[in-house]
Design a protein around this ligand. Structure first.
Ligand code: FEO
Length: 395
């Protein structure tokens, strides 16, 4: 069913209850693709949905109006979870205009190779739909270079595209309808930020500055995934904190192991962290999904990464994790490697090199032991965990 946000503005998106993998991100709670319809003199559709959900979206539109009466489409973002539905929708609707950023036009043209009636808009461009005015705000890299947001001025309603989104399928459409909001929802919001937007913290801070300068206020924020916020303050506050790279007194021990030696070191280090009174978590790389570990990385101030040496290198699961971590450009974290080895022992050094390449603060040359750690080595690992927590997390 279409759901009204403000007079004559409706959610007409789709709920993807069974999605469990969003280009590698574990979406254990599914997601939504939010599209919005403005019933005005120029009937306007804001974004579409993933290709296979077009019938669901158009059925919601048809509850309100004949889809062929849509005259404007706004495409805030090229990624196919939002634009995949454009070809079928445009073929059916034949809109007068398709508004997008200049990069959006380039991106949509590369994706779909169609001669659509594009109208390029930039920050400050405005379009009247009749009673309502849409103002556009380019937000490059949030999430792709083409990304922009659309602001419905009269209602102070921001269609924020990917920003402020969360992967959560639910029957509720608004934050104030979800029984456990905000704690449970904030976890999904954090997971989304950590896995999608963590590299762009500086840009997000700049966006907040730009919004303040433009004097924009938000009564409602309507992202393209998850809930619509009628109480946006907790979400805005969380984004400002994450964008600033604020960390907590929290340390993660992330490892893989072959015959439990690296695991024994991980346990000793974790015990040491707990001795120092900080929040500590231990994650086995083949038992926790990397997108869940990254969620915890976001606010952690200390990372200890452990790997046995395998064939003169890093264990494959740790190599994969380091690749993912590096791409997300973590900030403001101390880090160190540990691990076990049989004869050559390169893994610890290689991990530390990767951590340095990420510009993290490497705080130890690497703790390692040959074959199986003895009680003295375990005691030393525990003492090291406590020392690093006290020094780096300022307990
Ligand atoms: Fe939800 Fe960048 O797409």
């Amino acid at each position: 069913m279409a759901v009204e946000l403000v007079p004559k503005v409706y959610w007409v998106g789709a709920v993807d209850w069974t999605l469990r993998d969003f280009h590698g991100y574990l979406t254990e709670a599914g997601t939504t693709y939010n599209a919005y319809l403005i019933l005005d003199e120029h009937i306007t559709l804001i974004d579409t949905v993933k290709k296979e959900f077009v019938p669901e979206m158009l059925a919601r539109v048809a509850e309100l109006v004949d889809p062929e009466k849509i005259s404007y489409i706004v495409s805030n973002h090229v990624e196919m979870d939002h634009s995949g539905g454009l070809p079928e929708t445009i073929a059916r609707v034949r809109p007068e205009k398709v508004f997008c950023s200049p990069m959006g036009k380039a991106g949509l043209s590369r994706h779909y190779k169609k001669d659509w009636p594009f109208v390029e808009v930039k920050t400050g461009s405005e379009v009247s739909t009749g009673r309502y005015t849409l103002a556009f705000l380019e937000t490059p890299m949030l999430h792709w270079p083409d990304s922009m947001m659309t602001y419905l001025k009269e209602e102070k309603l921001l269609f924020s595209s990917d920003a402020f989104g969360a992967h959560l399928a639910s029957s509720e459409r608004f934050d104030d309808q979800l029984p456990d909001y905000p704690p449970d929802y904030l976890h999904q919001l954090k997971k989304y930020y950590a896995n999608i937007l963590m590299p762009f913290g500086t840009l997000i801070t700049q966006l907040f500055e730009k919004v303040a300068k433009l004097g924009l206020e938000f009564n409602i924020i309507a992202p393209d995934h998850g809930l619509i916020y009628r109480r946006p303050a907790p979400v805005l506050e969380a984004y400002q904190r994450w964008a600033a790279g604020t960390v907590e007194k929290k340390a993660l021990v992330i490892f893989d192991t072959m015959w439990h030696s690296t695991e024994m070191l991980a346990e000793a280090l974790t015990q040491g962290l707990m001795d120092a009174g900080v929040e500590a978590q231990m994650h086995h790389l083949r038992r926790s999904h990397y997108s869940d570990i990254i969620t915890e990385v976001l606010e952690a101030g200390l990372l200890l990464l452990g790997s046995p040496t395998l064939n003169n290198g890093i264990f494959p699961s740790m190599g994969e994790f380091l690749t993912y971590l590096k791409g997300l450009r973590p900030r403001n974290k101390a880090a160190a490697a540990f691990g076990s080895y049989g004869w050559s022992g390169e893994a610890v050094k290689l991990i530390n090199q990767e951590l340095q390449a990420m510009k993290l603060k490497v705080v130890h040359e690497g703790f390692q032991c040959k074959y199986i750690p003895d009680p003295e080595e375990l005691a030393a690992a525990r003492a090291l965990g406590e020392k690093l927590a006290r020094e780096q997390l300022r307990t």
